[in-house]
Design a protein around this ligand. Structure first.
Ligand SMILES: [Fe+2]
Ligand SMILES: [Fe+2]
Length: 201
């Protein structure tokens, strides 16, 4: 086989088996072995890299435990939605309209969190709960009490989701990002409630 035949602008020439020497075969085998070794090295490097960040598809929690943890957060989200809707309805006094509107919006975010959790639970082969966390149903009557209750509940939700995140492998990208997005929303809720409680002006 004449490798020089394909160089430059020359058209490759047809070769027949009689033109292939033992040397050519040995050369081709060396190229194949070198290529396979390089591929193997690349795969090993990739495995080491993934292993260092938690492995492929492995969670600290197994799927049933993960589903339980997500269902606990789902029951908490159900309670959050009910709590915000109730607080928004009963709030009275100065600034009540503004605060009520914001509480309703936060309540809608909590319903969206519940929806995202249901999707992820189903994707893990689990069954989404319809339970409502009794601990999250905290009545409050005054503006100050309502803000205090919800600030404490947002802090509890953030702690809960961080606990879930710690048991997750980053390689489950959709679930990992979903939990991150929810934590981000809860932190925004916390900041807004805090700003309503401690206005700068
Ligand atoms: Fe939430
Ligand atoms: Fe929230």
């Amino acid at each position: 086989m004449k490798f020089s035949a394909v160089r430059g602008s020359e058209q490759p020439k047809k070769v027949n088996s009689a033109d292939i020497t033992l040397q050519d075969i040995a050369l081709l085998q060396m190229i194949r072995v070198a290529f396979e070794e390089q591929s193997l090295k690349a795969v090993r490097s990739l495995q080491e890299l993934l292993g260092a960040s938690g492995g492929i598809g492995e969670h600290t929690m197994d799927n049933p435990k993960l589903v339980d943890a997500l269902n606990q957060m789902l029951a908490q989200e159900h309670a959050c939605a009910i709590r915000y809707a109730t607080h928004a309805a009963i709030i009275a006094g100065p600034y009540s309209e503004t605060v009520s509107a914001r509480l309703k919006e936060i309540g809608t975010d909590e319903l969206l969190h519940a929806e995202k959790l249901r999707d992820r639970i189903l994707a893990l082969g689990g069954k989404p709960t319809m339970e409502v966390s009794a601990a999250g149903l905290k009545p409050a009557a005054t503006l100050e009490a309502i803000l205090d209750v919800n600030i404490a509940e947002e802090q509890a939700a953030i702690r809960g989701y961080i606990g879930v995140l710690e048991g997750l492998s980053m390689s489950n990208v959709i679930l990992f990002q979903t939990i991150q997005e929810i934590i981000r929303d809860e932190q925004e809720h916390l900041e807004e409630l805090d700003a309503l409680k401690n206005p700068k002006t």
